[in-house]
Design a protein around this ligand. Structure first.
Ligand code: ADE
Length: 269
């Protein structure tokens, strides 16, 4: 691979381009092609790789995203840290559309996704007790606060299979469990990053209140149009946040417990 990058960024729904003056490269991996070409550019003295996880034409719904290829491609490019903005629903009144949540836990409600690089013969059981990078999360929290953007310092994201949104009963159950945020792509993305030894932080932009809030008849269940509209309205804010985080990342240092991993240890398919 001729290109070497410092930081990877995955774009989500409504977020298909990031930097200017990019070089776009096609990458192939043992797990197939990533969702699209990867755009590489310099920002704040760092090399950044941007990949829209759904593809530029949103051709991959959440359950069809080639997650392993996307993560492997970032690892091949040398990314040691990944920033993952996502459009997400809120399960709590105090987490409002337009807010950011820097998630620290996930609950996996997906089915049938290819969610490990360890299909044998090499086997590894990696802890996902703390799936997100503590150092990157703190940088994101500080960046959000200094920019004056409402940023919730932690949150549990429940990841549903999609592409359908949740029923009212499911949504009520999730919020009664105390979970904060809902989304369709955090799993297995964050866990695959962990398997490859890449530090990962989710910057969840809240676009809606999912199937509604109990006792609030004025809030209609989420639609795809609403998610895209709210994300679009907040697109510049998401970019501002990402730029600020990137400026603050020291690519030469690592002050977290995220495991390191060399691709040579993997038995490829
Ligand atoms: N992405 C944005 N809003 C969502 C919601 N309410 N449920 C699942 N994924 C989402």
């Amino acid at each position: 691979m001729d290109y070497k990058v410092d930081i990877g960024v995955f774009g989500g729904s409504g977020f298909y381009s990031f930097l200017s003056n990019v070089v776009e490269i096609e990458v192939d991996t043992p797990y197939g092609k990533p969702s699209d070409k990867i755009a590489i550019a310099d920002y704040a003295g760092k090399k950044i790789a941007f990949l829209p996880r759904h593809g530029k034409a949103h051709q991959f719904p959440p359950h069809m995203i080639p997650y392993r290829a996307n993560l492997y491609a970032m690892k091949m490019l040398g990314a040691k840290k990944i920033l993952a903005p996502t459009a997400s629903g809120s399960l709590k009144p105090e987490i409002k559309p337009g807010d950011f949540v820097i998630c620290d836990q996930f609950v996996d409600r997906t089915t049938g996704r290819k969610d490990t690089f360890f299909d044998g013969p090499v086997t590894k059981h990696i802890s996902s007790a703390h799936p997100y990078c503590s150092e990157l999360r703190q940088i994101a929290i500080n960046a959000g606060k200094d920019l004056g953007i409402t940023t919730h310092e932690k949150g549990t994201v429940v990841v549903i299979q999609g592409p359908r949104f949740s029923t009212v009963a499911e949504s009520r159950w999730f919020s009664k469990m105390g979970w904060d945020v809902i989304n369709m792509t955090q799993y297995p993305e964050v866990y695959l990053a962990k398997e490859l030894g890449i530090c990962y932080a989710n910057i969840a932009l809240i676009t809606d209140y999912d199937a509604g809030l109990e006792g609030r008849d004025d809030i209609a269940p989420v639609t795809e149009e609403e998610v895209l509209k709210v994300f679009d309205e907040n697109n510049e804010k998401v970019k501002k946040m990402l730029f600020e985080i990137i400026k603050r990342i020291d690519t030469d240092s690592k002050n977290c417990d995220c495991p390191e991993f060399d691709l040579k240890e993997l038995s490829l398919p």
